[in-house]
Each structure stands twice: as C-alpha cells, then as structure tokens.
Design a protein around this ligand. Structure first.
Ligand code: GAP
Length: 440
C-alpha cells in the first residue's frame, strides 16, 4: 500500500461536495461568500466535534456550567467589550477594478492581483460586526449586532449564572454557538467564514492563579486535539508577541495546525485578565464581583479562555484524515482515517446479494436501535461499497453472505488495514463497541 499525492484544499472541497458534507449556502441563488450549509455527514461530524469537546471540558474539571446565549446583542454590550472601537481589519480598495483586500494581507508596493493596475485607496479600518435594527419602526428601532464571539454573552449574564449555580471559584462556563464576522476576504473554505460556530470555555479564577490555569488549559486543549485523532506532529503551541495581542488579552497562545497553506491558528487560549467583567461593570453600573467566603472580600475574577471554531476544526479533521492510497492490484482509494469518536458513520452493513437484504436489515436495525450511527448499502459490488465507506471514513464494514445463513457469521473489514475476518453475528455489537473505544 502506497500513499500518493498530497492533500490540497481543492481535494477537500471536492470531497465535501461529492459526499454531501458541506454545501454552498443559497447555492441556487449564486451563494453567499463565506457562508455554508452542512449536509447529513457534515451534521453528524459536527455533532461528534461538539460532543467530544464537551466531554473533554467536563473531564478536565468538575466545576463547569453550560450556557447558551443569544446571537443578537444591543449596542452598549459591544461598546463595553471594545468590539465597536477595536474589532476591525485594515481594508484597501483597488480604484481601477474596485476589488477589495485586507491591507495586511497584500503588498501595496505591488499591483492589484485582479487587474494589474497599482491604484490603491487609503487604508481604512473596517468594523467586522454585522449591524442590524431591532424593532419594527425605523425611527424607534434599537441598534443591535450579531455577536462576533460567543464569549460576551457569558460575561453579561455572569451575575445570573453565579447566583443560580452555587458557584465556587475557580469554575468555568462553557458555550457552543454561532458567531458572525463580516470578514473582508472570507477564504480557504471553512477556515475563514462569515458565519461560523465557536466552542468557548471562560474559566474564572483568582488573579494569582491565572498563569497556572493558562498553562493548564493550553496542555488540556492540545491533548484534546490528539484525542480526536489529529496527528500531534502537525500541532504546535505558539505564544504571542505583545504586539499581536487582541485588545482584551494579557497573554495568548494559539494551538496551530500545519495546513497545506502553512501553520495557522486552530484554537486560541487567552489570559483575558478581568478586562471584560470590569468593562461591563463600568458600562452597566452593575457589580460583577464575586464574594470569597475565605478572604471575606469581593473581587472581579480573572478569565482564562479557550476558543476553537467548530468549522475550522472540521476542516482540520478532514485535512488530517485524508489519504489517497495506491493499493496493489486495485484502483487507487480515497480514505478518511477519522478516529472512531469523530467518524460520522460508525459501521456499514452490506448484504452480498439483494436476496440477503432481509437478514442483514434485521442486524442493521438492531445495531441502529442501540444508538450507533450506521448505514445499510446493497448497491454495486462489495469493492465499490467499501470504497464509498472509505471515502467518508467509516471504520468498519460488515458483509452478510450465503455462508452466513448456515455458519451465523459475517465478514468484518477494517477501513485502515483492509484486513477481513469472520465473526459471529451475536458478537457484532461487542466487536463494534471494542473497536470504537480501543486506544491506539
Ligand atoms: N473569544 C475569543 C475569540 O473569538 P478568535 O481567535 O477571534 O478569539 C477563536 O477566535 C477561534 O474561532 C479561532 O481559533 C478559530 O478556530 C475560530 N474562528 C475565528 N474566526 C473565524 C472565521 N472567520 N471562520 C471560521 N472560524 C473562525
């Protein structure tokens, strides 16, 4: 078995379309740049990403509370958080062809890549939040913004969370939800989108503990990515220079992945100090401090945040799992080596002939009832069916043949090794369970 050409963004986009992982949103109307929909397999994969993230947060610490905030927030929230004044990218237009660029991503000494002319406008700051009006009448409508990060919803409802949950520091509030950024240049498919999903943990602790927890969460988050099968050799932690820090951050480390287009941020871990809670205290006039029973004093907690995009992680998993293999004496196969906890479909069930559909459907339904995400396929040769499952990363395929009628066994085939063995029908569930939970 030989591995052939390297994975590219084009190959991943093509696979996503072909197999129905991801669709261009509003495709029949020409689409919207940087906005995508997810099909059956994409939705299953996203669910697995969310599930494993939550499990990893819960197992790292018991003191975690869940939260689901609203997507729209009134203007004062974004004034206080600093997003209204500081959440912008530098933008420049070509005066000749009107093409728009992020000024920090091109060389302004060179000509426009679109039209070949060198006629740049001045650099302007472009705020990336989506602004809208809330309320029916134009005159009385309040200005609202779609949230550019999920975190602020946690900070502005912090008082309610602590008063309803018997909270003791240190503790965390975890949230999964959509965020919106009017990126000047959405690009690289799911890497930089205008509507995307974040998984954020805001960890509240005492100021003097923050450095320890910053390191703690960096290590935990790095371990998470390895636990969902990402090659550790393609992951690294990068500590930010002072000049790179966001307006709210005292220290930041990125978990970077080695994409085909270079080392790029996959997740950010930030020491936010008490910037957000202090700002919201100041702007709302509400006290957001926490009373400490031990010291008998109130103080505003310090926050360590971890933040990762579901969609960016989705893309990372695809890049990491993708392989084109040349198999001796056979056609090249495309295989996704998804870890079992991430694979959208856990097993596929094939009757060798349509005449055997009934007994195989019975087995398939019994496994499905146990809560496994499985597929039944009776179309084409067994070889073709294997290839279809390899391409979507299904770890195991079970085949029911004419011997199964008498020996009460099926053939099970492993996606990665392509090895086959005969196992008793009664053992299918335990075999599947063992395979899905086994540690490499
Ligand atoms: N609350 C902190 C925060 O939002 P960020 O570094 O701007 O920090 C965190 O975003 C994560 O969200 C990134 O590491 C990335 O995984 C994801 N993300 C950010 N912008 C994105 C975009 N335009 N498209 C897809 N994912 C994005």
């Amino acid at each position: 078995m030989d591995s052939s050409s390297p994975v590219t963004l084009e190959k991943i986009i093509s696979l996503c379309k072909r197999k129905g992982f991801v669709y261009q949103s509003a495709d029949i109307y020409g689409g919207l740049n940087g906005i995508y929909d997810f099909g059956h397999l994409g939705t299953l994969l996203k669910n697995n990403i969310r599930k494993t993230w939550l499990e990893s947060i819960y197992t790292a610490n018991d003191n975690i509370f869940l939260f689901e905030g609203s997507l729209l927030g009134p203007e004062p929230v974004w004034k206080a958080s600093g997003h209204l004044d500081s959440f912008h990218d530098p933008m420049v237009d070509c005066m000749n062809c009107k093409h728009r660029y992020r000024a920090d991503e091109i060389d302004l000494e060179k000509a426009c890549a679109h039209c070949g002319k060198k006629q740049w406008t001045d650099i302007k700051n472009f705020n990336m939040m989506f602004k809208t009006q809330v309320g029916a009448s134009q005159e009385n409508a309040a200005v609202g913004y779609l949230r550019p990060e999920t975190a602020q919803a946690i900070f502005i409802n912090f008082k309610n969370v602590i008063s309803t949950n018997r909270v003791k520091m240190p503790f965390g509030i975890a949230q999964i939800g959509k965020a919106f950024r009017n990126e000047i240049n959405p690009k690289q498919f799911l890497f930089r989108m205008r509507e995307f999903e974040q998984m954020e943990l805001e960890w509240f602790c005492k100021q003097e503990e923050a450095e320890h927890f910053f390191e703690f969460w960096c290590q935990k988050r790095l371990a998470y990515h390895a636990s969902i099968g990402i090659d550790p050799a393609k992951l690294r932690l990068r500590f930010y220079e002072k000049s790179e820090l966001a307006h709210y951050s005292q220290a930041t480390s990125d978990i970077e992945y080695h994409f085909p287009f270079g080392w790029k941020e996959l997740e950010g871990i930030a020491h936010r100090g008490n910037f957000d809670l202090s700002q919201h205290t100041k702007h709302s006039g509400k006290d957001l401090s926490v009373y400490d029973e031990e010291t008998k004093e109130s103080s505003i907690p310090t926050v360590v945040e971890s933040s990762v995009g579901v969609d960016r992680l989705f893309l990372t998993l695809l890049f990491d799992a993708y392989e084109e293999q040349v198999v001796e004496g056979e056609e090249e196969r495309i295989v996704l080596h998804f870890a079992p906890n991430i694979a959208p479909i856990k097993a596929a069930f094939f009757p060798l002939s349509k005449k055997l559909n009934e007994p195989m459907l019975k087995i398939f339904h019994a496994i499905q009832k146990k809560g496994y995400s499985v597929q039944f396929d009776d179309a084409g040769s067994i070889g073709k069916r294997y290839r279809r499952q390899d391409e979507i990363g299904t770890p195991l395929c079970f085949t029911y043949d004419f011997d199964s009628e008498t020996d009460h066994k099926v053939t099970v085939r492993d996606r990665d090794t392509m090895k086959q063995e005969r196992i008793a029908i009664d053992h299918i569930e335990s075999y599947l369970k063992n395979h899905l939970t086994k540690k490499e």
